[in-house]
Ligand binder design. Structure first.
Ligand code: SAH
Length: 308
């Protein structure tokens, strides 16, 4: 089967409307591809920037008619929302879903971890010795390729004591919680304000066989502190990979209280230039700066709560 790929690069706000229109003509569904994970500060900390919306029209006898109807539908939408012209590309592939998935490769992280896309076979060779995190990120953030995720994974690998309870705030795809579980942490509480992330994280956690040790809930720090998600609270290791502005707000709201005395807090999603603000916020809460790790323009900051 041959396909005609149609794609439009649009704002995050327009993406849903465009996807709805394309879905009417694309029997196999529509793919959203975020172009920018290095989100500019935004209080919710979700992915921002343009989104590529792609759909695949069957290249059959009806293609010309389908394409004309699609363009008409986009023209109507374009009267309400400014839209670029669609871009077309023929795909001679039996299964287009494999075409885009083929771009994802296993990612080695730290000394012991490898992130494996869920649709690939388990890694062979030297990677087979590593602890695999099997992931299908869907629309959630956290594929293992982003520097902040890698910094957090490396920090977990380095600082986690087996059996330590862990809290993951802003879990996204669940990647950090899964890595922690596979490295022996537990019990683990993972939260995210985004319902889609919670759904994706639960699927990934089940696929990795660690559902018995990770509880995933929709919410943020306030719900964790209220105890409504139960134990473990506080935890010996707390990770939050969101964005500097969100992290500073969370620290002001009592993030340090989720850490046991003497325990560690790993925060990332922070650009180098924003690190000092986070240091100041941590110190104002009586935390000691233990380390700062750098990758590209990003940092992860590790703070320690004073021992009781
Ligand atoms: N932990 C993953 C994903 C990080 S992306 C990784 O390291 O790769 C940040 C996630 O935080 C997103 O899924 C977003 O929905 C969530 N988030 C943003 N603001 C939040 C907040 N205030 N509280 C909890 N989660 C938040």
């Amino acid at each position: 089967m041959h396909w005609l790929e149609v794609s439009l690069t649009v704002s995050g706000e327009a993406a849903e409307a465009v996807a709805d229109v394309l879905a009417r003509f694309a029997p196999e569904g529509v793919v959203h591809e975020a172009t920018q994970f290095e989100v500019t500060p935004d209080d919710k900390g979700q992915t921002v920037g343009p989104v590529i919306v792609r759909a695949y029209l069957p290249a059959d006898a009806a293609l010309d008619a389908t394409r004309a109807r699609l363009e008409e539908a986009l023209w109507h939408l374009g009267q309400i929302l400014p839209l670029p012209s669609p871009h077309y590309r023929p795909i001679a592939d039996a299964d287009w879903s494999e075409t885009w998935k083929a771009n994802f490769k296993p990612v080695r992280v730290g000394r012991r971890l490898v992130v494996v896309p869920a649709w690939l076979n388990p890694p062979l060779g030297p990677d087979a010795m590593r602890v695999p995190i099997v992931l299908d990120p869907g629309l959630a953030f956290g594929t293992g390729t982003h520097p902040t995720t890698q910094l957090c994974l490396a920090a977990i690998e380095r600082h986690l004591q087996p059996g330590t309870p862990l809290i993951d705030i802003g879990t996204g795809s669940g990647i950090l919680a899964i890595a922690a579980a596979k490295l022996g942490a537990g019990p683990i509480l993972a939260v995210d304000i985004d319902a889609e992330a919670v759904r994706v994280a639960r699927e990934n956690i089940a696929a990795n066989g660690v559902a018995d040790r990770i509880r995933v809930e929709q919410g943020s720090l306030a719900e964790v502190l209220s105890g409504q998600f139960g134990a473990p609270q506080p935890a010996g290791l707390v990770v939050a990979n969101i964005l500097a502005r969100v992290i500073v707000t969370l620290i002001g709201q009592g993030l340090a209280q989720t850490v046991t005395p003497g325990g560690l807090l790993v925060v990332s999603g922070i650009l180098e230039a924003q690190a000092f603000e986070v240091h100041a916020a941590l110190q104002a809460q009586g935390m000691t700066l233990r380390a700062q790790e750098h990758l590209e323009d990003w940092v992860a900051i590790i703070g320690q709560r004073e021992a009781a």
